[in-house]
Ligand binder design. Sequence first.
Ligand code: GLA
Length: 731
Amino acid sequence: MSIVYNEKKKTFSLHTASATYQMKTGNLNYVKHLYYGPSICDEDMSYRIRRYDRGFSGNPYDSLEERTFSLDAQPQEFTTQQQGDFRINSIEVCNSDGSFSFDGRYVSHRIYEGPFVLKGLPAAFATDRDTVDTLEIVLEDAVSKVQVVLLYSVFEEKNIIMRAARVRNGGNKAIRLERIMSCCIDYLNGSNMDILSLPGRYGQERQVERQPMTHHVHRIRSGRGISSHQQNPFIVLAERSTNEDHGACYGFALMYSGSFTAEAELDQYDQLRLVMGIGDSMFCYSLDPGEEFDTPAVLMTFSADGLTGMSHIYHDFFRNNLNRSKFVRDVRRPVLINTWEAAFFDFDDVKLIEIAKAARDMGVEMIVMDDGWYGKRDDDNAGLGDWYVNQDKIRCGLPDLVRQVSKLGMKFGIWFEPEMVSEDSDLYRAHPEWVMEIPGRPAVRSRNQLVLDIGRREVQDYIIESVNSILDSADIYYVKWDINRAVTDLWSNALPADRQGEVPHRYVLGLYRILDEIIGTHPDIMFEGCAGGGGRFDPAMLVYFTQIWSSDNTKPLDNIRLHYGSSLLYPVCSMGAHVSDASPMVPLETKAAIAMCGTFGFELDASQMKKEDIRTCRKMSELYHRYYNLNFFGDYYRLTDPFIPGNLESWENVAKDRNEALVTVVTEHLTVNGPQEYIRLKGLDPDRLYRMEHEGKDLVLSGMALMHGGIPIPREVPDFTSFIYHLTAVG
Ligand code: GLA
């Protein structure tokens, strides 16, 4: 059993294969957090908690004369509000009498098999091979009768604990929830911790930042209504000495696609508290008596094997427990060509077939018709919302176009941006009240488009019907689902004034319902997410989308950094990556080698390519297929850190059985007559021999030699040369 409740000691121990997470009830029925780290069986870890009379840290009234018990200094599993704990908190509720107070104490718990399910929100599921148990702990405020149910699903073999909270209004009048976090975790001493996050911007998503915890609140957030280019809903707490291969680190990944907040505070006693959940700016949710509110889930993990160990845990989990689509594991994803950077809005059916024909010779198996095929869409000023085919461009009609593509032996994909509307569109003319716009204040335009109020059921239904009718009109194999602006002007014409604080979260719930409906009824279509590149690249989106377009920046060298940062959490098979015309000084082979660190495809006008380039691309498409399993399902190792200036970059995929490995090296600036560079491999079996080709020669070397001595990288080569080494175990 992965969850053990010790009745006598009142401890809850949650065990994954290599970690334990522990809590205890007691001390006036508060639930204390005791421990998260390497397995400690069911040892009661409360001996670590010391109590002192701390000045200016108040005591709960019922602790009577006991001045050493203060919530300001005790590690808690979920915080109270206005009970003398002045640190960042996990809940802010305004009770029916106008008071801001929550004093949650343990009332009951239950343990059951299988993971928890959230209302309207995505969560991870258990496969047949997983042991998953769930613990629910109910906290209640004795005065307001507001309850918080803490939910923990322990994916034992996967080393993941999925956590969330459910608020229940057990009182008899409405309350207002102004902040509710999915998780709260207290470390007794965090002065030795660093915090890692993935900040970025449009075109430069998921870069890596690591900084020491200091005595203030480190806040990582998106207030953009989408998880955003600027931050990712993921943070790592790592001990200062932790590096790629060694040391303790904790990962927290929020399964949410809207505004979020992750806050970490090193307090006056060097205790560290982390909370993470829905962004609380403009968040305010009314709960009538009996109503419940579910928070999104957080996927927590602990690794004693450095950042690589943590990434491997997440990669395995994301590849197995998030998305049920057959395209994640069972059906091989085709090499695609996307028309965006090839033609932008300037194409018609004839041009598409021209590109498809040329691309077929590059080994491309699917053409994706990007933006511009619908409504009156000749530029980005019009047409969004009108999801019917533009007959001036697709003169033969969609079914016939798809037939022509399938006659070439290729599949057909199509682009949508359903959450948006152009003012110059039939949809806007018919339903101006469906956009988010604050009364009396013209809405903020971004890319000259407005945001639909998809929290409204009728807007959701319009999107579901109009997208479905296109999908059902032709043999479509793939959909790219885009959103090209942040969400502003939070106002819904369908809600009363005192419920407008619900709009941002209702938007996200609306999105999940739309995706559930469309994807659920089209299991044979593969869906890729997109948000002006990777502006909504988060674990919740991966429940719906098999892969997500990583960035509108297709410059290969920038993509090395993008893949590196993304790979802290996301597996290779989730990252859309294409070869494009950007960075002409970089050879095609190198561009392709880098795109193979993602889902691989092309984004260029194939009909204008030289014959020899077509041949190179074909070779690279073949390589993508040859190494598909290694790339998509192997263990990924970051061999260099592209944020540290160096002469070359390298990464590696190792098969789970360690029979095979694929190492990619890209030279950046090998200085003239400079030192010899070596790339030390990782993850091989030290005692086995591996065969590889090196400078035209067959080499057989032990895993030990390759991991400790490394591969000498040829240095008399032009900048941006790539080497792909395939190693197979012999004997
Ligand atoms: C976004 C996407 C691009 C492309 C355009 C179309 O920017 O990231 O790939 O689809 O929209 O408008």
